[in-house]
Design a protein around this ligand. Structure first.
Ligand SMILES: Cc1cc2nc3c(=O)[nH]c(=O)nc-3n(C[C@H](O)[C@H](O)[C@H](O)COP(=O)(O)OP(=O)(O)OC[C@H]3O[C@@H](n4cnc5c(N)ncnc54)[C@H](O)[C@@H]3O)c2cc1C
Length: 547
């Protein structure tokens, strides 16, 4: 029931059902809430006005992490809670979460000294209850350089070495919403909540929605409505007449991607910048990505972009910490920009504002959640759904998601992941895939790879110009992941626009042709979608103020 072709049927059903819970927003926060609510037996719906994860949840640093730097601001409770969640997110989705040892170089005069790093990481490990084998070690200057020879030698005192987790934020979000749908939730993308409906006592009882492709409007009724609209939450609070008190302040964060041929980083590094902030450099899929910036933002929420200042800031940060790396703007292959929906705190700089989540309930009963981290999504969902359960008054069980694998994650526990992977890679080669192709599919789709292997049987090179791995990924995205446009596929289903931009350039026409015949698009529709890909390819490289 999560195929692009069944989407209109799903919308039809939504208009005829009264739900216990309607969630507005298909980022990680909204999808997490939908999963929690539906697994407690609540009749649940979710609407997303763009594609799932098209807001902040595909634009993060892509780490499941406790936020070490927040210890500097003594946000101990948040670090403890989010830190503990890392292991749970990994356990429930080992295909979208990978342990990543992080190196924190210590330089004379830097943010952290040797002792403060050692103590800070020790506290971090203990707050997050990190397993023994993953606890931090402190390195000498020589050991630090052995881990990453590109690091600045001048003033190097040593390093801290500790574990975080790497993820694909958009795929994590999509696996969560797929699981919610598998458990009974109704969820659709490209449906915008436009206005609220109230009963005679002024309590919110429904939402008028607009389907974004046909423009048709319809109504969804629900006993409880949750505003999980990320950077847009205040717009919905405004519509509810409840945008008073604490408000959002958006800050923009940019990442750039450089090929390993030009920035051959072998080890993830969390390092100081000349202005005293900290930035990540992370190797991934033959690339190195670096970010993030942190600047206040008041412009178009749906299309934040890199400016030349953002680009130059990150290049300066690279030159500062990796002096032998002579990259320039010409080496930037791709970039993305995301908006942090933070709760405004007067007089604070962007990097000082807390990342803590906040829940409000308006006089109409509308529940709003904002702030927080990708990493803490499950806990945030638990808090919101506990509140809903209390207010609905039914005999709902407590949160069910702590030991619930997300879609593709049911390999019998994260400890089984590597065995599962090697068995499945071997199996994949029997379907005409190379070992490399099979590995990529298993890593990306986890246990759902069986569906992709089944689709590989239908591959006929006379029928499509796509290579077999792209053919199965594209068909799977259409049939099982409610993909409506080529950009949904290239950004949120595969991450290719960020980490494999050459394949996007090479295959964009083939993918558009494939989707045109799947959806029976007119030439005009085809041109529109192709143009969207071209614009995204351009924006990924050229700063918006130089376009
Ligand atoms: C640069 C950057 C780096 C980050 N790095 C990390 C990290 O490494 N690890 C981490 O844990 N966290 C990180 N975060 C934080 C994390 O990404 C966010 O906390 C999280 O993605 C927010 O998710 P969300 O669902 O609340 O918002 P979003 O993902 O923005 O989702 C909200 C959704 O609501 C939809 N919507 C809005 N209005 C409507 C409407 N009227 N009708 C229907 N739908 C609507 C939007 O289209 C959007 O998709 C980072 C954030 C940024 C900006």
């Amino acid at each position: 029931m999560f195929s692009a072709k069944q989407r209109l049927q799903m919308i039809e059903k939504m208009g005829k059902t009264t739900y216990d819970v309607l969630v507005i927003g298909g980022g990680i926060t909204g999808c997490g809430i939908a999963l929690d609510a539906t697994t407690r037996g609540m009749k649940t719906a979710l609407v997303e006005m763009q594609d799932f994860a098209a807001g902040t949840s595909s634009r993060s640093t892509k780490l499941v992490h406790g936020g070490l730097r927040y210890l500097k601001h003594f946000e101990v409770k948040m670090v403890a809670e989010v830190g503990k969640e890392r292991a749970i997110v990994y356990e429930n989705g080992p295909h979208v979460t990978t342990p990543e040892w992080m190196l924190l170089p210590i330089h004379r005069g830097g943010t952290f000294g040797r002792w403060s790093t050692s103590i800070g990481l020790w506290v971090y490990d203990h707050l997050a209850r990190v397993k023994k084998e993953e606890r931090r070690t402190m390195l000498s200057a020589d050991e630090t350089l052995q881990k990453e020879p590109l690091i600045k030698r001048d003033g190097l005192l040593g390093g801290g070495y500790y574990v975080e987790y790497r993820t694909d934020d958009a795929r994590l979000t999509i696996e969560v919403v797929k699981k919610a749908v598998e458990c009974g939730a109704h969820a659709v993308n490209y449906v915008q909540a436009e206005s609220f409906l109230y009963d005679e006592n002024g309590f919110v009882k429904g939402v008028t929605c607009r389907e974004q492709i046909t423009g048709r409007t319809f109504t969804i009724y629900a006993k409880k409505i949750v505003n999980a609209a990320g950077p847009w939450v205040d717009i919905l609070r405004e519509k509810d007449g409840s945008n008073v008190g604490k408000k959002l302040r958006l800050t923009k964060g940019v990442h750039i991607v450089i090929d390993q041929a030009h920035f051959p980083l072998k080890q993830a590094v969390y390092f100081d910048t000349p202005d005293g902030r900290m930035v990540f450099a992370i190797p991934r899929e033959g690339k190195t990505y670096v970010g993030t910036t942190d600047t206040f933002y008041d412009s178009d929420r749906a299309h934040p972009k890199m400016t030349s200042d953002d680009r130059d800031y990150l290049l300066r940060a690279i030159h500062y910490m990796f002096p032998s790396v002579h990259v320039t703007e010409q080496h930037i292959e791709s970039s993305w920009a995301g908006l942090r929906p933070l709760i405004y705190e007067e007089g604070k700089d962007p990097s000082e504002i807390s990342r803590k989540d906040e829940i409000w309930q308006s006089p109409s009963g509308l529940i709003t959640i904002a702030g927080g981290k990708l990493t803490g999504y499950r806990k945030m969902a638990e808090t919101v759904v506990d509140l809903i359960a209390k207010q609905l008054g039914g005999a709902y069980p407590p949160c069910q998601t702590k030991h619930l694998p997300i879609s593709g994650g049911d390999v019998g526990g994260a400890s089984q992941w590597y065995t599962f992977m090697s068995e499945k890679i071997a199996e994949g080669t029997a379907y005409g895939l190379t070992e490399q192709q099979a590995k990529r599919l298993v890593q990306r789709y986890g246990t759902n790879v069986d569906h992709l292997f089944a689709l590989a049987r239908t591959y006929d090179r006379n029928q499509t110009s796509l290579p077999i791995d792209w053919y199965v990924m594209c068909l799977y995205a259409l049939e099982y992941e409610m993909t409506l446009t080529p950009l949904d596929f290239f950004i949120r289903r595969t991450g290719a626009l960020f980490f494999d931009i050459h394949s996007v350039q090479q295959l964009k026409e083939d993918v558009v042709t494939f989707m045109q015949s799947y959806f029976h698009w007119t030439e005009e529709e085809r041109n529109k979608y192709e143009q969207q890909v071209n614009v995204a390819l351009h924006d990924a490289v050229i700063p918006c103020d130089e376009a």
